[in-house]
Design a protein around this ligand. Structure first.
Ligand SMILES: *[C@@H]1O[C@H](CO)[C@@H](O)[C@H](O)[C@H]1NC(C)=O
Ligand SMILES: *[C@@H]1O[C@H](CO)[C@@H](O)[C@H](O)[C@H]1NC(C)=O
Length: 202
C-alpha cells in the first residue's frame, strides 16, 4: 500500500509538471479548481450563475464541462467541495449526448476517481445515479452544458467504480486542451482510487 502510494505521488507530480502549459492564462487544473471552489460556496439555485461566470473564456481559459444542478432546496452541501466536484463532468455533454450513452455507462467527474452511473432503459428512462433529469439543456453554449436534476447525486453510494477500460471516442485531431483535460481526468482518477478507497473504509 505504502509503495503504491509513493508511485502514485510520483506519477501525479510528473503529470502536474506536464500540465504546466497554460490554456489561455489558466491551466485546465486551475479552472477545475476555481469551478469547484465557486460552486462549493453557492446554493444550488445560484450554481448556474456561479458556473457560467467561473468557466468563462474572459477569465483566461475555459474547460469544456457539464454541470448537473439539483432542484432540491437544501444548503447542506455548502462548503463541501466533494459535492460540488461530483456534479461537474469535464466534458461538454448535451442531453442528446447523455441519451446516446448505453445503460450502466460511467461518466467521469471532477471528484477524484468518482464517476456518475448513467441509467438508460426503456422503463426507467435516463437517470444519473438513479436520479432523473428534470430540465435538460437549461443552458448550452460552445463549451458548457447545464442540466437540472431532481436530487443531489450521492457519490458515497454510486461514485466509486471507475471504468478505466472504456476507451474515449477517438477524434481525428486532438487539441492541446483535450490532451490536458484527459491528463487531468487520469490524474484525478488515480487520486480518486486512493480517495475513494480511504473514504470507503471509514
Ligand atoms: C487572465 O486573463 C484575463 C483576461 O483574459 C484577466 O482578466 C485575468 O486577470 C488573467 N488572470 C491571471 C491570473 O493573470
Ligand atoms: C437511451 O434512451 C433513449 C430514449 O429512450 C434512446 O433513444 C437511446 O437509443 C438510448 N441509448 C442507448 C445507447 O441505448
Amino acid at each position: 500500500m505504502k509503495k503504491s502510494y509513493i508511485i502514485f505521488l510520483i506519477f501525479t507530480v510528473t503529470l502536474s509538471l506536464a500540465l504546466a502549459d497554460e490554456v489561455g492564462n489558466r491551466t485546465a487544473e486551475s479552472i477545475a479548481e476555481e469551478i469547484i471552489s465557486s460552486l462549493s460556496q453557492a446554493k444550488f439555485e445560484d450554481w448556474s450563475a456561479a458556473f457560467i461566470s467561473t468557466d468563462d473564456k474572459i477569465r483566461g481559459g475555459v474547460l469544456p464541462a457539464t454541470l448537473f444542478i439539483p432542484v432540491a432546496a437544501t444548503d447542506e452541501h455548502l462548503g463541501d467541495r466533494n459535492v460540488a466536484a461530483y456534479h461537474v463532468v469535464p466534458e461538454k455533454m448535451e442531453f442528446a449526448d447523455l441519451l446516446a450513452k448505453e445503460d450502466k455507462t460511467r461518466i467521469i467527474t471532477l471528484l477524484a476517481g468518482c464517476s456518475i452511473l448513467v441509467g438508460n432503459t426503456t422503463e426507467g428512462g435516463l437517470t444519473l445515479d438513479g436520479v432523473s433529469v428534470t430540465e435538460p439543456d437549461v443552458f448550452v453554449d460552445e463549451f458548457i452544458a447545464i442540466h437540472r436534476i431532481r436530487l443531489p447525486l450521492d457519490f458515497n453510494r454510486y461514485g466509486r467504480m471507475v471504468d478505466f477500460n472504456k476507451p474515449k471516442p477517438k477524434k481525428e485531431v486532438i487539441s492541446r486542451l483535450e490532451i490536458e483535460i484527459f491528463a487531468v481526468v487520469i490524474a484525478s482518477s488515480l487520486a480518486g482510487i486512493v480517495h475513494c478507497l480511504v473514504s470507503s473504509r471509514r
